[in-house]
Design a binder for this molecule. Sequence first.
Ligand SMILES: Nc1ncnc2c1ncn2[C@@H]1O[C@H](COP(=O)(O)OP(=O)(O)O)[C@@H](O)[C@H]1O
Ligand SMILES: [Mg+2]
Length: 447
Amino acid sequence: MSWFKRLFAPTPPVRPVLSAPARQPLAQGSAPGGQAGRTAAPPPASPKIRQGHTFDALTDPRRRRVSINFNSTQPVQNRRDLYGRAEKLEALFDAVVLREQHALIYGARGSGKTSLVRVFADYADQQGLVIIYTACEPQQSFAQLLKPYLQTIPRSCITEGRDVLFRDALRNLSDNLTPRNAVDFLEEFTTRRLIFIFDEFDRILGREVRLEFASFLKLLADALLPVQAVLVGIGGNLADLITDHPSLRRHLTAIPIGRISASAVQEMIDVGAEQAGLPFDAASKELIASLACGSPYHVRLFCAQAGLQTLRRGRDTVTSTDALAGILAATEDWALMSDEDAAIFRYLAEKNAALHHALAHVARSAAMLDAVSMPHIVRELPGGQAEQAIQAFGPALQRRDDGQYVFRDSGAPQFFLALLLTHTPSRADTPDNVIPLSETTRLGHVV
Ligand SMILES: Nc1ncnc2c1ncn2[C@@H]1O[C@H](COP(=O)(O)OP(=O)(O)O)[C@@H](O)[C@H]1O
Ligand SMILES: [Mg+2]
């Protein structure tokens, strides 16, 4: 039986309500054991007026420090705050800046793609490159996608003496701008190296637009223009770009972002905790790291919530109980925005105890590797459980064209693992549903 089970099996903790630390002074004259002496005055009646200190926790300055240092809503802005990404940063820099290739960065929601490209942009900027970044919108045509980039090219990039012509050409850009027009435009007016970053590229759903985009990248490379594109998005469907346009392959470096290492997670928690002035004990760190599965977003989210729960309870160290309460609070927040998946997950966590181990295995594989490979999990799980578990997730888990399974919300499997913790079966012989951090490498991947 894992320590998680021993710790949490008896009573699933509920989300605590906002309350002040228990500050009950001993009644005057009372004995240390709580027994009032014979001469003790009767305990004072409970006060009729509300005590101001009830909301002390709200104004604790550490609350803000916890929220800032474990902010999970903003991408990392500077390299000092980017943990565990040295290799990916180098791969991106090598591909785009040194080898002048286009790059494709893909991975789950919250794995840190935007953070990585922001820090990369900072480096590239220092090398004198001009970076233009936007996030794509669904339903955009190729022209709508590209025009803002052309319109944002700074004057310092324009061939000398061609400013006026450039501005005229910009004004006359057609709404039917084609990949060829765009490349001609860049060839005619720009001199300096440009890097266009297309974040959330997966939101471009139209296959037609993706194909046009692929030919734009190919034409840029063929024209030997010093303009590179970095495409950023979730999931393998970005690979369609290459499948549909095989000749693009040699001009494009694919960078699966994966997860950050266990030591990077530890460092992230330790530094955040120190800056927030709120230590996390070893068990709380292990619980958070184990459930976050190397996803920086989940690490920060769970740490922030764990920290806030601790302060609400008037304590000075985050314990595993606070961490679990925080993780569950975060899971409830996620469930409010994802009711269909949350209903499936809750159902599976409440019923199906015999399948919990297999379900957790599928969720953990997806959380760590983005996609679940049926042949792999069939080898790892006993008789028929792999198929049953995949089926049990219903529409929350979808089959991709390449035969692998992905959660339709790529950030969801961590929340399923959290929900499972609250429904740990009591039978001692059922397999553990949480794999301690030290063992997570058994899925064949260093977390
Ligand atoms: N390497 C990292 N180190 C520390 N925090 C990170 C890292 N990568 C991402 N984060 C944090 O995780 C959250 C999600 O990151 P983001 O870059 O927006 O992910 P994505 O673009 O993949 O959805 C942000 O709050 C960000 O600050
Ligand atoms: Mg992003």
